[in-house]
Design a protein around this ligand. Structure first.
Ligand code: HEC
Ligand code: HEC
Length: 121
């Protein structure tokens, strides 16, 4: 019997608010790298970000518009390192200073950490 690649509520993962698609949590903790290649959230107070762009080590370019929950995600396996940009509503590009080692953006961009949720500086 084939295993499903769907998410499980894995033990040790932050549960988050199901009504907000678990905004702000470490998405890949439950969804795994075989389901989402990239996933994360924008700070709820951040209205300047129009799009998130990620380019993986193979040159695969993923463009994601945050949804109504302020979340973004894409199916498929990405190859780190991942270069990341936020494109603001005026078209300005804001690059992450160094590439990400994996696609679970909220693992670093998380409330309560020094970086905090993803927003423009
Ligand atoms: C604690 C585990 C867990 C975390 C963390 C988690 N999810 Fe999920 N997610 C699930 C489960 C289980 C489902 C299946 C249906 C359900 O319970 O909502 C799901 C379903 C989904 C779906 C499809 C169903 C729908 O609501 O449209 C999307 C999209 C999704 N999650 C996105 C995300 C994003 C984005 C994040 C991070 C901000 C995230 N998830 C974090 C467990 C998780
Ligand atoms: C290993 C930790 C880490 C991961 C994972 C990570 N980031 Fe970052 N990111 C940082 C740090 C540190 C900064 C610089 C400090 C800041 O901007 O708050 C940053 C900055 C950024 C910026 C620049 C913001 C600005 O205004 O200049 C963007 C955009 C960004 N990250 C997007 C992403 C995306 C998208 C992902 C997921 C693919 C991601 N990050 C994953 C640590 C991380």
């Amino acid at each position: 019997m084939a295993q499903t690649a769907g998410p499980t509520v894995a033990a040790g993962c932050e549960q988050g608010d199901v009504a907000r698609e678990r905004h702000g949590t470490d998405c890949l903790c439950c969804h795994g790298t075989s389901e989402f290649g990239v996933a994360g959230s924008i700070d709820v107070g951040e209205t300047r970000i129009a799009k998130i762009v990620v380019v993986d080590a193979t040159g695969w370019r993923l463009e994601m518009v945050p949804n109504r929950h302020g979340n973004f995600f894409r199916d498929g396996r990405t190859e780190p390192p991942l270069f990341a940009w936020a494109i603001d509503v005026r078209g300005g590009e804001h690059a992450m200073p160094s590439p990400a080692p994996h696609g679970s953006c909220n693992r670093c961009h998380h409330a309560g950490t020094l970086i905090g949720e993803l927003r423009l500086r």
